[in-house]
Design a protein. Structure first.
Length: 360
């Protein structure tokens, strides 16, 4: 069973003991946070702050091991990535040293089989792979081949392990999607590239249960749909359209894209006008239609989490997380049920429900 085929939990049924890890910006990046945080999600959708799980400098993005109580955090300003092991109710303690990353390390993702993690670096465009040992610790580091586009800097921003075991990464500076194969003890080897429209800025991505990949573009405020060819396995652009109903406004930049549990709706955060664009998704993920834009409830929706019938939106600049119930049929958010003060939040990451098996 793949993660895409996991049965959805009932709408609005959040276990009362569920943890959500939070990333933030600290003083070294102009923020007010102090480290990796921990929240408790109640059955009514409301969040309660437990405290700082581990002091860390600008852990702006987090990822969790699929089978172990290990959390990984980038240090965006310190150019590092580090593993933390669970301790007590919600504490985290370092598991090994901080490993060097690249300039503005802004995203980390973990292989569903727990073999490696990947770090994308906005500042210098590096994509780095770190192999993991049996305890979830980092054991080796490999740099992927760089992209070369004359006159424009590379801006790697996110990575995703696809259902077939390959890795897809975004480069919003070069308007590229890159697909890689993992080679043990060597790192990532390029499979192929796909260019998106110039100045679109592919930022974050998610794979639909139907196999298509949905990519939110930071600059053009759109969602690109990319599909792999059954003959070659190469991805091509199947379509691209607006991420909002009302269109992009001056000063806007898109941030995160997330899917509902059944894949029928997508949610895109737009900073500047501070909206969440709700889109209807075809059953196979091949087309999207904007349904509505809702106010995000704060300033600068950097990241959001769709989980068990709730939408949690983290606002970096207003320093809060706002929670909305999601209608199970229409996918639209209802009135906010709560707002939790949280210093400079940048990421909301839950524990993994179940690890995904490998290809085949």
């Amino acid at each position: 069973m793949t993660s895409a085929s996991l049965p959805p939990l009932p709408a609005n049924a959040v276990p009362s003991n569920e943890l959500i890890w939070t990333g933030c910006y600290t003083a070294d990046s102009g923020g007010n946070g102090t480290g990796i945080g921990a929240l408790r999600a109640g059955a009514d959708g409301r969040l309660r702050r437990l405290g700082v799980a581990a002091a860390a400098d600008s852990p702006s993005f987090l990822a969790v091991h699929p089978a172990l109580d290990v959390v990984y955090a980038v240090g965006e300003a310190s150019r590092t990535v580090r593993a933390y092991r669970r301790s007590g109710e919600f504490g985290l303690v370092p598991a090994g040293r901080a490993w060097p990353a690249g300039d503005a390390a802004c995203h980390v993702a973990v292989d569903p089989l727990g073999r490696f993690l990947m770090v994308a670096c906005w500042g210098d465009g590096q994509v780095l792979l770190y192999e993991l040992d049996a305890d979830g610790g980092i054991s080796a580091r490999f740099a992927a081949a760089a992209t070369i586009v004359t006159g424009r800097p590379s801006r790697a921003h996110a990575s995703l392990v696809l259902n077939d075991g390959r890795v897809m990464t975004t480069d919003l500076g070069h308007d590229l999607l890159r697909v890689w194969n993992y080679v043990p003890s060597q790192g990532l080897r390029l499979d192929h590239e796909l260019a998106l429209p110039r100045d679109s800025g592919p930022r974050h991505l998610v794979q639909h249960p139907g196999g298509t990949v949905l990519v939110v573009t930071e600059y053009s405020i759109e969602v690109a749909v990319v599909q792999s060819s059954p003959d070659t396995g190469n991805f091509g652009l199947a379509g691209i359209g607006p991420a909002t109903s009302a269109g992009a406004l001056p000063g806007d930049s898109a941030a995160e894209i997330a899917l509902g549990a059944d894949g029928r709706h997508a949610y895109v955060g737009v900073r500047g006008s501070n909206r969440i664009g709700v889109l209807e998704v075809d059953v196979d993920g091949s087309a999207l239609r904007p349904l509505a834009d809702i106010p995000s409830g704060g300033d600068w929706p950097r990241h959001h989490l769709v989980r068990n019938g709730w939408l949690h939106v983290a606002h970096e600049r207003s320093g809060d997380v706002v929670t909305y119930p999601l209608d199970p049929e229409s996918g639209l958010p209802g009135d906010a049920v709560g707002s939790l003060v949280l210093a400079s939040p940048t990421a909301l990451v839950p524990p993994v429900r179940q690890a995904r098996p490998g290809p085949g």
